[in-house]
Design a protein around this ligand. Structure first.
Ligand code: FES
Length: 249
């Protein structure tokens, strides 16, 4: 790890302070991830002096910054290639062919996992679930996700990057976002019509709720009236019984 001096100043410091300002006073340490991300985008990676400068700015012990930096795989602790290629090899992607995707990446870049290509353009990594299982297999490249990959499509993406292009991110198999293959199977009608239907159904539910509440109120009122009448009848019967002995005497 390089020990080259690092100073957090200028626009980078201003951007870090803007990130810190999003948190309450005294909680500036909560900005550690966004500030580390800013420094990494500026420097390409996080050297020990850079992490120390972040700790000083955020007024937190350096060890706590190291803990964060060593936990997240997207934070780099050594200089790497221009493009970070992270192949998900967790369960969903594995079931959908991540081993072939990884092999295609290795062959296209001429590196093994966690290696950097000879031209310095790519660093290849294997990562745990990228959180996009529904579009498995997935490869993260820099800030983008490339999904529904095949060995051919990931090769095409990498070749485009080598030419300096930025291929369209997202599903590479032509499907719409995370919709079922072949197209959406629900909410497929005219949006205005679907909206009108939903509104009519909601109004009908509201009417049914109001009718039920009115019926329950009517039943409760009848029960209350019956109870009152019964109490009056019992009071009358008790009064008659009291008066009866005097009449006899
Ligand atoms: S297992 Fe690959 S995105 Fe979840």
């Amino acid at each position: 790890m390089s020990e080259a001096p690092f100073t957090l100043d200028g626009e980078l410091k201003a951007a870090a302070q803007a990130a810190m300002a999003k948190y309450p006073p005294g909680r500036q340490a909560s900005a550690v991830l966004p500030v580390l991300d800013l420094v990494q985008r500026h420097e390409g990676w996080l050297s020990r002096p850079a992490m120390d400068a972040v700790a000083e700015l955020l007024e937190m012990p350096p060890i706590r910054v190291y803990e964060v930096a060593t936990f997240y795989t997207m934070l780099r602790l050594k200089p790497e290639g221009k493009h970070s290629v992270r192949v998900c090899t967790s369960l969903s992607c594995w079931l959908r062919g991540s081993e072939e995707i990884l092999a295609a990446c290795r062959a296209a870049l001429g590196v093994e996992s966690f290696g950097t290509s000879a031209d310095g353009l790519f660093t290849l990594e294997q990562v745990e679930c990228s959180g996009a299982c529904v579009n498995a297999p997935v490869v993260e490249i820099d800030d983008d996700y490339y999904e529904d990959l095949t060995p051919e499509t990931i090769r095409g993406v990498l070749e485009a990057l080598k030419r300096g292009e930025r291929p369209q991110a997202g599903p590479q198999g032509g499907r719409q976002a995370s919709a079922p293959e072949g197209g959406p199977t629900t909410l497929t009608g005219d949006p205005a019509e679907l909206h009108a239907k939903a509104m009519a159904a909601a109004a009908e539910r509201a009417r049914a709720r109001a009718a039920k509440a009115a019926e329950e109120a009517k039943t409760a009122k009848a029960a209350e009236e019956a109870k009152t009448a019964k109490a009056a009848e019992e009071a009358k019967t008790a009064g008659d019984a009291k008066a009866a002995p005097g009449e006899k005497g």
